[in-house]
Design a protein around this ligand. Structure first.
Ligand SMILES: O=C1O[C@H](COP(=O)(O)O)[C@@H](O)[C@H](O)[C@H]1O
Length: 231
């Protein structure tokens, strides 16, 4: 499907613009259906965006927030994406939002994925999904060499939370399937820096999704992907 590159002078300008855009999408969903759903990424890139979004006035009590992917670690682990969102987004005006975690303290990660699939089923389709991208071309936890990559990228498979292990992933991961993310009302890829711009250009110049899973989003997502970039 189509994608569009939106370039900004700096990360602050990007964060402000993206926060305006996401807040408008969530407010429109609340006005239309009485509720809104948002799935965000972890990593280092989204902090300024989270801070800006947390201050947007709207009826946050009607908004459910979740993660596109999570490490199989509890919320108090410094590498937890939940901790990142709690610290930078679920505060200020956004403190009233509901948070739906992917991590659950089950005996094993497959059991946690089953619980997360059940607990997140009411969120689809997402009103807004904000993806990130690693310099290896992964997005969500769709990692090159991931043990469940082909199933995760299958758009005809049911929307669900899956497990993923990969050499580049560190801990075992929980991730929404591509089918759960790809038809969002607003689908954004948020990347910053010259290195990620070069990774994006490489992704756009080829077709092998196993090499660079971000290509699935750029080429096959039914929703248009808006790429927010700043140096
Ligand atoms: O592992 C992850 O990394 C990507 C990108 O993170 P960044 O630190 O380079 O911004 C992120 O999109 C994903 O949610 C996260 O789990």
């Amino acid at each position: 499907m189509a994608h569009e590159l939106l370039s900004f002078d700096n990360g602050g300008a990007l964060a402000a613009s993206l926060a305006d855009r996401v807040a408008a999408a969530l407010a429109a969903a609340v006005a239309a259906r009485g509720k809104a759903t948002l799935a965000v990424s972890g990593g280092s890139t989204p902090k300024a965006f989270f801070e800006a979004l947390s201050q947007k006035p709207m009826d946050w009590s009607k908004v459910s927030v979740t993660l596109v992917d999570e490490r199989f670690v509890p919320e108090d682990n410094p590498r937890s994406n939940h901790l990142l969102v709690k610290t930078h987004l679920l505060k200020g005006k956004a403190a009233k939002a509901g948070f739906v975690p992917l991590f659950h303290p089950e005996a094993d990660i497959e059991a946690a994925a089953r619980v997360a699939t059940r607990e997140t089923a009411r969120l689809f389709p997402f009103d807004a999904v904000i993806l990130g991208m690693g310099t290896d071309g992964h997005t969500a936890s769709f990692f090159p060499g991931g043990n469940h990559l082909a199933e995760a990228l299958d758009l005809s498979a049911p929307r669900r939370v899956m497990t993923m292990e990969a050499a580049g992933a560190g801990e075992p991961r929980l991730t929404f399937s591509f089918s759960a993310l790809a038809d969002a009302g607003l689908l954004v890829l948020h990347i910053e820096g010259a290195e990620k711009k070069a990774v994006l250009e490489k992704a756009l110049s080829g077709t092998d999704e196993a090499e660079m899973p971000i290509r699935a989003v750029l080429e096959r997502a039914p929703a248009k992907t808006d790429i927010y970039w700043a140096p």
